[in-house]
Write a protein that binds this ligand. Structure first.
Ligand code: ZN
Length: 198
């Protein structure tokens, strides 16, 4: 007997592996017959799937698997276009979750408050720093994260993090432990994996 899985399984058009639907990228056809990325898996219509991985997207396009999935009703997609859409939607997912965490009161802003939060074990699920923050403060944060085992991620710049937090600039954001922090960690990992895979 197959082991029980968490959710419905779908097959990747690239590597042909069957995986949990939520771990895959969903595609649908637009009215014009273009294959479009439906990362949130919300758009109506017949779905096709690949892994969140450039190699599987490229393979699926090269072997014309989308035409098979859509019985030739589609225009043949370009892998670069699909990869760019996935890249953008992975980023939107991270920023959407960060915005939700802020609205839910699950974020701590600024280096002092974040460092203080890390002194209370179990309070933070992860820390996010801006790519253009000052090296001195970054080093403090990095050391504290290492000492406390809180994962550290880099995202955007001070201005873009600030915009997500509803202010001018933000260098450091702590996200309190919980479901949103878990989803955010997963989103950041997937983004890094996808973007790093060149
Ligand atoms: Zn695959």
């Amino acid at each position: 007997m197959k082991p029980e899985k968490d959710g419905p399984q779908r097959t990747c058009l690239g590597c042909r592996k069957a995986l949990d639907k939520n771990d895959l990228v969903r595609y649908v056809l637009s009215a014009a017959g273009d294959v479009v990325v439906d990362f949130r898996q919300k758009l109506p219509g017949r779905g096709a799937y690949t892994c969140v991985c450039r190699a599987c997207v490229t393979d699926a396009v090269r072997r014309d698997q989308f035409s098979r999935a859509y019985r030739g009703k589609n225009r043949r997609p370009e892998s670069d276009t699909l990869i760019a859409q996935i890249h953008r939607q992975l980023g939107e997912r991270v920023e959407g979750l960060l915005g939700m965490a802020r609205k839910a009161g699950m974020t701590v802003g600024g280096s002092n408050l974040t460092l203080a939060s890390m002194d209370r074990p179990g309070e933070l699920g992860l820390v996010i720093v801006a790519g253009d923050m000052s090296e001195g403060i970054l080093e403090k944060i990095r050391r504290k994260c290492q000492a406390t085992g809180v994962p550290l991620h880099t995202w955007g710049e001070k201005a873009s993090l600030g915009r997500l937090m509803g202010r001018d600039e933000r260098s450091v954001i702590g996200v309190k432990q919980g479901k949103l922090a878990e989803a955010l960690s997963r989103g950041l990992e997937r983004y890094k994996q996808f973007v790093g895979e060149i």
